[in-house]
Design a protein around this ligand. Structure first.
Ligand code: Z5A
Length: 209
């Protein structure tokens, strides 16, 4: 794979979308060819799976179904968008990826991390992100930011405790993989967060090009 694979992660309302805009501008100004995409989603079929995951249903979506749907969407996304781009030398900027599965389905739902790891190997082979920004924020602040945007989706309706476990899982991942994962304190002003994001990204770009 010749392109670099960049991901951004964090609890709800942490500011991923806000920071993705400045990340895109940096990549453009550095002359890097990239595609921006998101998970769950990123292709026609994967976006349909996303809708299934986030909509409210009369029937409870069981935890294993949720996990398998996340990986079904990912398999499609990898085949249609991510792998062809990386193979063509195009960088991929993805809003969430498998760290989110460890954090939400593993940490939040309590599903077995080994099961997630097996599905990760099956779906991705050896493909992993090269660089990951984890925006870190108290979930109560993130949820209050998310609430201001309107109706909450199926996952956003979870209790604060769920999101505390999600946050803790992200921080665990960052401790296990400090080279790949850069944690940014997202409780500060948009400018302060953006400055750290820019610094980490520019360092990665310099080391990669
Ligand atoms: N999910 C999963 O369970 N398993 C998986 O494997 C994957 C995903 C891949 C959809 O993700 C859901 O899928 C998600 C996890 C699950 N759970 N839910 N629900 P998503 O990424 O599409 O949805 P999201 O987490 O809710 O992200 P978001 O809606 O895009 O939020 P955000 O991008 O992090 O935040 P934002 O839109 O940039 O900012 C929110 C507001 O805060 C906005 O008004 C900003 O102006 C404001 N903001 C941003 N930064 C700041 C600062 N620094 N200060 C003050 N205000 C700020």
């Amino acid at each position: 794979m010749k392109g670099k694979f960049l991901t951004i992660e964090g609890v709800e309302g942490v500011g991923k979308s806000t920071n993705l805009e400045s990340i895109k501008q940096i990549l453009e100004s550095e002359g890097i060819n990239f595609v921006a995409t998101r998970e769950p989603g990123g292709t026609l079929i994967a976006e349909k799976i996303r809708a299934l995951l986030l909509e409210h249903h009369q029937e409870k979506l069981c935890e294993l179904s949720e996990l398998l749907l996340v990986f079904a969407a990912r398999a499609q996304h990898l085949e249609v968008v991510i792998k062809p781009a990386l193979e063509a030398g195009t960088w991929v900027l993805c809003d969430r990826f498998t760290d989110a599965t460890y954090a939400y389905q593993g940490g939040g739902r309590g599903l077995n991390f080994n099961t997630i790891s097996e599905l990760e190997n099956l779906t991705q082979g050896t493909l992993r992100p090269d660089f990951t920004l984890i925006l870190d924020l108290d979930p109560e602040i993130g949820l209050s930011r998310a609430k201001n945007r309107g109706e909450l989706d199926r996952i956003e309706l979870e209790k604060t405790d769920f999101f505390k476990k999600v946050r803790a899982s992200y921080l665990d991942i960052s401790k296990r993989e400090p080279e790949r994962c850069k944690v940014v304190d997202a409780s500060r002003s948009i400018d302060a967060v953006s400055n750290d994001v820019t610094e980490y990204l520019m360092t990665f770009i310099r080391e990669s090009t």
